[in-house]
Design a binder for this molecule. Structure first.
Ligand code: AMP
Ligand code: MG
Length: 492
């Protein structure tokens, strides 16, 4: 058969030290679980062909498509604050890059496709549960409008993987603007390979930040740009209650996409200290810590760039510090602009952050559901008749009343009418997020009962997060006490 993937590979053209050439390891009897047909079309791929036996074999790593140049990328990273000089794609293989319908270069990567020279003691495989979690959560994030890697397909391999128990193996086909991470820069920096860092920086500028290629100091501009995108990204996470779970530098994308969905989860009741990941015992990556950690990761990125800034190390450090000093402001700007929208405020006033923080404080003290509070607040914007539905989310409903009085005063000073406000609020305050107990339930059904109907239904509901979808109302509800999921697992 002829070429079906219009590959145009740029990363594989970089010097040898950037990756290892390695083919996926064939599996016995792959079966398609899900193909993202819309995404396939957007990437210039024929969805019908991808669903054919030959297409599924490619998605399972059993067959390598024409034009692919399969590689495992080298990278390093700080894991929970500890530096590991060599991590790399231990269970992922980049098949190649395609240019999508918008002209954007996108990586097509198989995750769980067998060992690579970077596998260390791992088996190079992925279990079905984590693959379904990444599929659902990444696609939900995309529907929420948050920069993220995408999921093109999930297949089961027909083989088991050994974890605490035997589990069905699976492969996720992941699509990303690129898989270049802070840890990719660290890999070269740790080897004092300045030429490697420069080569990578030039590749990243051309690929993700073409506007700065002609800047007077492109590497400084690169640091600024990566800081801006991370500040914006983490603000977006906070505004939907997302907790990444493993914000290691190797899981921090240089393009500013959310990447590496492991033990990630969405918060139900608002509490900045929320942690789900079973491996995050110290709460390093708790919901409210994420901006601080992003800055920490960006500081590691800046360290890699120092030799490109100046031969004078002190000067280079001062320049990097100055750039990093803008993070807090950029984060605050993005975060409070987002909160303002969530509150239905069209104009900006100096004390708006206080108004928002007062609500968040009342929510935290009263275990109010994050998503539902803002969603129902959208209807309360029409008038106090809507208050009843919001106040019942608060352990002490009068805490909401007190806050709402100040909010209504502030709304009265806005020029827009109530209906316009409600519409605008409903467009930023989702009804549906991938609630953890729902995600666990679809995984349980698929893994234990081979039943994918719940997965399909949840995926469909989450593709329209801002619509009411009355038939699926229960999906908007927080877990009942006995449904609450307290921990999520990496599953590696
Ligand atoms: P993660 O926690 O998925 O971000 O992965 C951290 C590092 O461990 C990366 O270098 C992965 O490639 C590697 N890794 C995770 N799971 C496996 C596995 N099953 N086999 C080989 N390497 C793995
Ligand atoms: Mg990772």
């Amino acid at each position: 058969m002829t070429v079906h993937f219009p590959f145009d590979n740029s990363y594989a053209a970089l010097p040898d030290g950037f990756f290892a050439r390695v083919a996926p390891t064939p599996v016995t009897s792959p079966k398609l679980v899900k193909l993202n047909r819309r995404l396939a079309t957007h990437l210039g791929l024929d969805p019908d062909w991808l669903e054919s036996a030959e297409g599924v074999e490619i998605l399972a790593g059993k067959r390598v498509p024409d034009g692919a140049d399969p590689i495992a990328m080298a990278y390093a990273g700080h894991q929970f604050g500890h530096f590991v000089p060599q991590l790399g794609d231990g269970r992922a293989i980049l098949l190649g890059e395609v240019i999508d319908a918008d002209g954007v270069r996108r990586d097509i990567q198989l995750k769980g496709s067998g060992p690579t020279p970077f596998s260390r003691r791992g088996d190079g495989r992925a279990a079905l549960g984590p693959v379904l979690r990444e599929y659902i959560v990444s696609e939900a994030m995309a529907a929420l409008g948050i920069p993220t890697t995408r999921s093109l397909a999930a297949v089961v391999t027909g083989e088991n993987v050994v974890r605490e128990t035997l589990l069905p193996g699976a492969v996720l086909t992941r699509v990303a603007a690129s898989h270049i991470r802070v840890g990719t820069f660290q890999y070269f920096a740790a080897r004092s390979d300045v030429a490697g860092v420069r080569r990578l920086a030039d590749h990243v500028i051309a690929r993700h930040y073409p506007d700065i290629a002609k800047a007077e100091h492109p590497y400084h501009a690169l640091l600024d740009a990566v800081i801006s995108r991370q500040a914006e990204l983490v603000a977006r996470w906070l505004l939907v209650g997302f907790i990444h779970g493993v914000m290691n530098t190797d899981n921090t994308s240089i393009s500013g996409e959310t990447i590496d969905y492991g033990p990630c989860a969405f918060m139900d009741a608002y509490d900045p200290a929320t942690v789900f990941s079973s491996i995050d015992e110290m709460g390093r990556y708790a919901y409210g810590n994420q901006p601080r950690i992003a800055l920490w990761n960006l500081t590691r990125f800046a360290e890699c760039l120092l030799p490109l800034f100046s031969d004078d190390q002190e000067k280079a450090i001062a320049e990097a510090q100055s750039a990093l000093g803008h993070f807090a402001q950029e984060f605050d700007t993005a975060y409070y602009a987002g909160l303002r929208k969530k509150l239905g405020l069209f104009t900006a006033r100096e004390d708006d952050p206080d108004l928002a923080n007062d609500l968040l404080k009342a929510m935290a003290e009263n275990a109010a559901d994050f998503t539902l509070t803002f969603r129902r607040l959208s209807d309360a914007a029409l008038g106090p008749e809507g208050d009843a539905e919001v106040r019942k989310l608060f352990a002490d409903p009068t805490a909401f009343d007190t806050w709402a009085a100040g909010w209504r005063q502030r709304l009265a000073e806005e020029p827009q009418d109530a209906a316009a406000r409600q519409t605008a609020m409903r467009a930023v305050n989702p009804a549906f997020i991938p609630r953890n107990h729902r995600v666990e339930a679809i995984i349980e059904a698929a893994v234990n009962r081979n039943d994918y109907a719940p997965f399909e239904e949840l995926l469909s509901v989450l593709s329209r997060p801002f619509e009411d979808q009355p038939a699926f109302g229960p999906y908007a509800e927080p877990p009942k006490p006995d449904e609450r999921v307290l921990q999520t697992f990496c599953g590696t």
